[in-house]
Each structure stands twice: as C-alpha cells, then as structure tokens.
Design a protein around this ligand. Sequence first.
Ligand code: FES
Length: 107
Amino acid sequence: MVMIIYVEHGGKEHVVDVANGRTVMEGARDSDVPGIEANCGGACSCSTCHVYVDSAWLERLPPKNAMEEDMLDFAYAPDQTRSRLTCQIKVVDTLDGLKVFLPLKQN
Ligand code: FES
C-alpha cells in the first residue's frame, strides 16, 4: 500500500492508502474523496480527474504521454507544470507520500 494525500480545494486533506498497481484516480474514487469525478472511468477521455501535483513530487512522476497532454487542455484551469490526470498515474512504492491538490472544480 502506498500513502497518497489528496487536498481538497478548501484545504481539507484526505490521506488514503492505495494498493500498488491502482491509479491515483482509483485511490480517490474508491475512498470517496470528493472532487475527482473521473467520468470516463480512467480512459483518458474526460479530464475530470485533474489535479495539481505538489511541486516536490513533479520530478518523481512518470512523464505525461501525448494523450494526457491533449486532454489536459480540456481541464478546468490547467497549469502547464503541475497539472496531471490522476487516471494516468499508476501507484508504485516510490510514490509513497505523493500529495496532489484538487482544482476548484472539474470542467
Ligand atoms: Fe477521465 Fe481520467 S478519468 S481522463
């Protein structure tokens, strides 16, 4: 299990243990973290699983592929540097303690 910290737009933190191999989106959805809608179920076709990654973690995440880059254009208030789609981030041991911030809204 890997600890992921989801921070709501208002500042409320949700600390969730997510199984290796799941995605950061699934970790939020399965624990009812509000603010991640994931309307497409993880197919990288809705952008409603958008978060801002804590700056300290940016280097440790795998790079975005072209599909994620394209879908982020449809997210609400994307940030060139910190925005990611959580359905595209697989949970692995090295992400233990990952902190992500939810946007004001999705789309
Ligand atoms: Fe739809 Fe991530 S869940 S893009």
